[in-house]
Design a protein around this ligand. Structure first.
Ligand SMILES: C[S@@+](CC[C@H](N)C(=O)[O-])C[C@H]1O[C@@H](n2cnc3c(N)ncnc32)[C@H](O)[C@@H]1O
Length: 391
């Protein structure tokens, strides 16, 4: 496909997504009916689509409309490309710009619009991030780096870097965690690489790894990952300790892949149903990686940014508080409770910590750490409490 044809394909896919179709499904359907598209074409079209979704508001202003064509025209302008080099109608490229499109005089009406944050959210976002709000919003406008976690059960970091290099995947250590690597070349090879298939490395953002580094795992013989999902954090914990590691999720289907992932990693993780949880509690350490707005990972899921509403945020905050209270009940006297989100919003983070302390006496607040997208990881938050035995 020519560069212009790739832009035209992105325009058509974006038009479908803008009617409410799911992003991944739309991309898959396009790939199925576009046999002419090779793997590089598919990757390029996908990159165009995701980039346009990250910058949906600002590109719509730059391109004159919130349509596939408007967004891709906005993308060209934002990236300093000459639109006429891509919009010329030849070789399946988008048709040449109309007179109206050529005379668009873009004007931003707010910081939220310019920096691609929903208007209603800007007060919360800017209050949460303070002077770093624009840096964070700007970081959310670009694609996230690919990070790996070195599985210490199978080898050290240098060994993993060497193995990956032999497989054509270049990496460098990430400062957020001793186990984190940034992939600098060959990211698309990872899922077929032996290093990955044999469990020497896992795909995991550096901040997710750093959250686990904040947990006092060495002093906890029995550990529970209370909101385990697919087990990313449970696996990272199991790689750092000989402790018994259990996983639980209110939706057991989310834990489906844990046995296979654990086997690949050489880890031992016991998945617990809600009934088993009651008999297995209490635990010395309970991690509660709660459902959240996902604002820290909107680079990977840009639709999440536009889908969030005040109501869903309020519901999520209320759910987090309930889950935190449930998880607290599973902590042994003297044990530790950690609350984490992949969000940068204060209502889900520091305010949640404060409200937990207001609802519960008998817990000491040990630490609170936040990672922000503009420092090279997903946005993440973890707050750690110790139960003193009187609650
Ligand atoms: C942010 S995800 C967890 C991601 C996971 N820890 C990881 O690192 O891959 C939150 C999870 O909480 C689960 N969840 C929601 N409500 C819950 C509840 N009341 N108790 C336990 N888990 C719950 C969801 O099903 C979801 O899988």
């Amino acid at each position: 496909m020519t560069p212009g044809a790739r832009v035209q394909a992105a325009i058509e896919i974006l038009d479908e997504i803008l009617t409410g179709q799911a992003v991944e499904k739309t991309l898959t359907n396009w790939a199925r009916r576009s046999r002419f598209a090779g793997s590089k074409d598919r990757a390029a079209v996908r990159d165009h689509v995701y980039q346009a979704l990250r910058c949906r508001r600002s590109y719509a202003v730059l391109g004159g409309s919130e349509t596939g064509r408007g967004l891709m025209l906005g993308a060209c302008k934002d990236q300093g490309l000459d639109p006429a080099a891509l919009f010329h109608g030849e070789g399946h490229a988008p048709s040449a710009l109309s007179a109206a499109e050529q005379s668009i005089a873009p004007e931003f009406h707010s910081d939220a619009e310019r920096h691609d944050i929903p208007e209603w959210l800007w007060p919360v976002f800017s209050r949460s991030l303070g002077t770093e709000a624009i840096a964070a919003a700007t970081a959310l406008r670009s694609r996230a780096a690919v990070h790996l976690r070195v599985n210490l059960l199978k080898g050290d970091r240098d060994n993993a870097i060497e193995r990956l290099t032999r497989e054509g995947i270049a990496t460098e250590p990430h400062p957020a965690s001793p186990t984190a690597l940034t992939v600098t070349e060959g990211a698309r090879r990872i899922k077929n690489a032996e290093s990955y298939l044999q469990g020497f490395v896992e795909l995991q953002d550096a901040a997710s790894q750093a959250v686990v580094d904040k947990l006092p795992v060495q002093n906890a013989p029995r550990i529970l990952d209370y909101c385990s999902g697919g087990g990313g954090k449970a696996l990272a914990i199991a790689a750092q300790t000989q402790a018994e590691v259990c996983a639980h999720d209110a939706d057991p289907r989310r834990m489906r892949d844990i046995p296979e992932r654990a086997m690949r990693a050489g880890a031992d993780i016991r998945c617990l149903t809600s009934e088993e949880l009651v008999t297995q509690a209490p635990f010395d350490l309970v991690l509660c990686d709660a459902p959240c707005s996902g604002s820290g990972s909107w680079r990977r899921d840009p639709e999440g940014k536009w889908r969030l509403t005040q109501d869903t945020l309020d519901d999520t905050v209320a759910l987090q508080a309930r889950i935190l209270d449930e998880a607290a009940q599973r902590v042994a006297p003297g044990g530790v409770l950690a609350f984490a989100t992949c969000s940068m919003l204060d209502v889900e983070n520091s305010q949640q910590t404060q409200r937990f302390q207001e609802r519960h006496t008998g817990w000491a607040h040990l630490s609170e750490t936040a990672w922000h997208v503009h420092s090279g990881t997903d946005g993440f938050y973890v707050s750690v409490f110790r139960r003193n035995g009187t609650e």
